[in-house]
Ligand binder design. Structure first.
Ligand code: CU
Ligand code: ZN
Length: 184
C-alpha cells in the first residue's frame, strides 16, 4: 500500500513538472506580445569607412526619443536617416533603399511640417569625429503599422541640405545599422 502511494506521488510530481514545463512554452506568445518600448541600431561602417556607434530609440509620451553616439566621422554635418529596408549587406549600403516614407511626404528637416518619416536631420561631428545626437520625434513609432523595427539607419558622408529631393544630397553612405528590439 505504501509502495502504491509512493508511486502515485511520483507520478503526480512528474505530472506537475510536466505541467510547469508546458506552461513555460505556453507563456511564449505572451512574452512576444510584450510592448516594445526600446530599440537599437548598431551602426557599422560601409566599405572603406570607419564610422560606427549606436542609435537608441525609446518610446516616450511625445513619440520616440532618438539618441545616437557615433564615431569615425569627418568633422561637420552628416545626413542621418531611417531607410526603408533593414538590409546593410551591400558594401555601399544601397541595399537599405531610400528614405523611410510610409506617408509619402517630400524630403525635409525633421522639424519641417512636411518631411519623410525617416528624416532625422544631421549628425554634427566635433573635431575628433564624434557626434552626439538627441531628438524626440513625434511621428516615429516602435509598434503599429508604421513601426521602424527591422528598418535601417544610414549615416552619410555629407550634410543633408533639407531641400534636394528625395535625398537631401547628403552623398555616400558611410555607415548602416539595422533597427532591432532592445531590452527595455
Ligand atoms: Cu540616408
Ligand atoms: Zn528624406
Amino acid at each position: 500500500m505504501r509502495m502504491i502511494f509512493a508511486s502515485a506521488a511520483a507520478i503526480l510530481l512528474s505530472l506537475s513538472v510536466y505541467a510547469q514545463h508546458d506552461l513555460g512554452h505556453g507563456s511564449m506568445p505572451a512574452a512576444a506580445s510584450t510592448p516594445i518600448t526600446k530599440a537599437i541600431a548598431v551602426i557599422t561602417p560601409t566599405q572603406g569607412n570607419t564610422v560606427m556607434g549606436t542609435v537608441i530609440f525609446t518610446a516616450v509620451g511625445a513619440g520616440v526619443n532618438v539618441m545616437a553616439h557615433i564615431t569615425g566621422l569627418t568633422p561637420g554635418k552628416h545626413g542621418f536617416h531611417i531607410h526603408q529596408y533593414g538590409d546593410c549587406s551591400a558594401p555601399d549600403a544601397t541595399s537599405a533603399g531610400g528614405h523611410y516614407m510610409p506617408t509619402g511626404h517630400m524630403h525635409g528637416a525633421p522639424t519641417d511640417s512636411v518631411h519623410h518619416d525617416g528624416d532625422l536631420g544631421n549628425l554634427v561631428a566635433d573635431s575628433t569625429g564624434t557626434a552626439h545626437y538627441e531628438y524626440t520625434d513625434p511621428t516615429l513609432a516602435l509598434t503599429g503599422p508604421n513601426a521602424i523595427i527591422g528598418l535601417a539607419v544610414v549615416v552619410h558622408a555629407s550634410e543633408d541640405d533639407y531641400k534636394t529631393q528625395p535625398t537631401g544630397n547628403s552623398g555616400a553612405r558611410v555607415a548602416c545599422g539595422v533597427i532591432g528590439i532592445a531590452k527595455p
